[in-house]
Design a protein around this ligand. Structure first.
Ligand SMILES: [Zn+2]
Length: 223
């Protein structure tokens, strides 16, 4: 354990952790960018069929839109948190409650919404998928990863963070490092709840955050 590979495009990071028989992919986006995703995988030296498990940190289109396409090619199982299941079935980014960090980001968001497709093909679980309702330690151990899943809402209600026992936190959008904003996510449903989630990330033993947007940084920046 320990190392991971990163796929990066459209200002978004996708992490591949070594898991039993291959890799666990954390997040699978964006709409219509399947060919880019696959090209980046090959560039990273990974055959998509080596990915045995897919997890999403939350249901947003830049994290979940390619789940159906990728799981078919990879032959991968989904590992979801139970609170994600209904949102993934909607196949749509829930943005009604989302607020931006500042005014210029709000204006940027309104402009980008004209171009970004936030709906995607609904994601349903099947019998071989794993839906977790606890800290996920047993399930992760079963696939060769020592760590836990921590509930980290605020950016979205269904956001989760995978924290390995050696202190790497794959936090999705619970924290970001993009457009000059760090560690706050540039948008969130509730920034108070984001901070409560940071407290859980810290108390769960995280040392380095690997956000979906921007470069990694020390957990000390959350304090
Ligand atoms: Zn998001």
């Amino acid at each position: 354990m320990g190392e991971h590979k990163t796929i990066r495009y459209s200002d978004t990071n996708y992490y591949l952790l070594r898991a039993k028989g291959g890799y666990l992919l954390i997040d699978a986006g964006w709409n219509g960018k399947m060919s880019v995703f696959l090209r980046k995988m090959y560039e990273a030296g990974i055959d998509p069929r080596e990915v045995n498990y897919i997890m999403v940190t939350h249901h947003h289109h830049d994290h979940a839109a390619l789940v159906n396409e990728l799981r078919t090619i990879m032959g991968a199982k989904l590992i979801l948190h139970k609170k994600q299941v209904d949102l993934l079935k909607n196949g749509n980014t829930e943005i009604a409650k989302t607020k931006q960090y500042n005014l210029s980001l709000k204006l940027l968001d309104r402009a980008l919404r004209l171009f970004i497709r936030i709906s995607y093909s609904p994601i349903f679980t099947n019998d071989t998928d794993i839906v977790i309702g606890d800290d996920g330690r047993e399930v992760l151990k079963e696939i060769g990863i020592n760590g836990v899943i921590v509930d980290t809402p605020g950016h979205s209600a269904d956001s989760i963070t995978l924290i390995t026992d050696d202190g790497k936190a794959y936090c999705g959008d619970a924290a970001m490092n993009i457009f000059g904003v760090k560690p706050y996510p540039i948008e969130a449903e509730d920034y108070i709840v984001v901070k409560e989630s940071w407290a859980r990330i810290i108390s769960s033993g995280a040392k380095i955050l690997f956000p979906s947007h921007g470069k990694e940084f020390s957990v000390d920046e959350l304090r």
